[in-house]
Design a binder for this molecule. Structure first.
Ligand SMILES: [Cu+2]
Length: 190
């Protein structure tokens, strides 16, 4: 259905099927597409009430940096399949508090992986199919440093971790099927 949505081809039969899905995440996803197809049309949206504004007052990136703790925030961008923070630089071995926020309509996660492992991990997640919802599209792997939950629209999660001791470019990615090509960033450890 996301494929249909990306090409703006409305498949009402498929939409109605998913709106009745026993899987709650699938229903939420279908409601998001329904919103895009029937309420987010520019002519309709111009009227006003259906527009959902991104909260511009919420800053992302490095929020604070003390000797003991670096606090960062990464959010999704509404109606764009991407994170608002494409890269961040932190000190090796530093304690990090990450706030991950999803104001976007689709469910998204954020997974930090070892250098060079982004595509392998993301592709592995797509093999889960519908079973992926049960594990938030995250498979156990030694290449994964941590993973958020699969967050629905409007949710956020705080993740505390220690930055890797080994410097390098650690990618972060959304492993929801089809998202990893655009929904990625780099956590640079120095
Ligand atoms: Cu995503």
């Amino acid at each position: 259905m996301w494929l249909h949505q990306q090409h703006n081809v409305r498949d009402i039969k498929l939409l109605n099927l998913l709106l009745k899905s026993p899987e709650p995440h699938a229903r939420i996803a279908a409601q998001a597409v329904q919103h895009h197809w029937f309420n987010a049309d520019p002519a309709v949206a111009a009227i006003g009430p259906e527009i959902v504004h991104q909260d511009k007052t919420q800053k992302s990136g490095i929020l604070s940096d003390t000797k003991d703790l670096t606090t960062i925030r990464i959010a999704t961008v509404v109606e764009k399949m991407k994170y608002d923070t494409p890269e961040l630089t932190v000190k090796a071995g530093k304690k990090i508090k990450l706030i991950f926020a999803n104001p976007e309509f689709m469910p998204h996660n954020i997974v930090l992986v070892n250098p060079g492992k982004l595509d392998a991990i993301a592709i592995q997640a797509t093999t889960l199919g519908a079973n992926g919802f049960a594990v938030g599209f995250v498979l156990e792997s030694k290449e994964i440093l941590w993973a958020s939950k699969l967050l629905d629209h409007g949710k956020e999660e705080t993740i505390e971790f220690t930055a890797p001791k080994k410097p390098g470019d650690y990618p972060y990615v959304c492993t929801f099927p089809g998202h990893h090509l655009l929904m990625r960033g780099v956590f640079r450890v120095e």
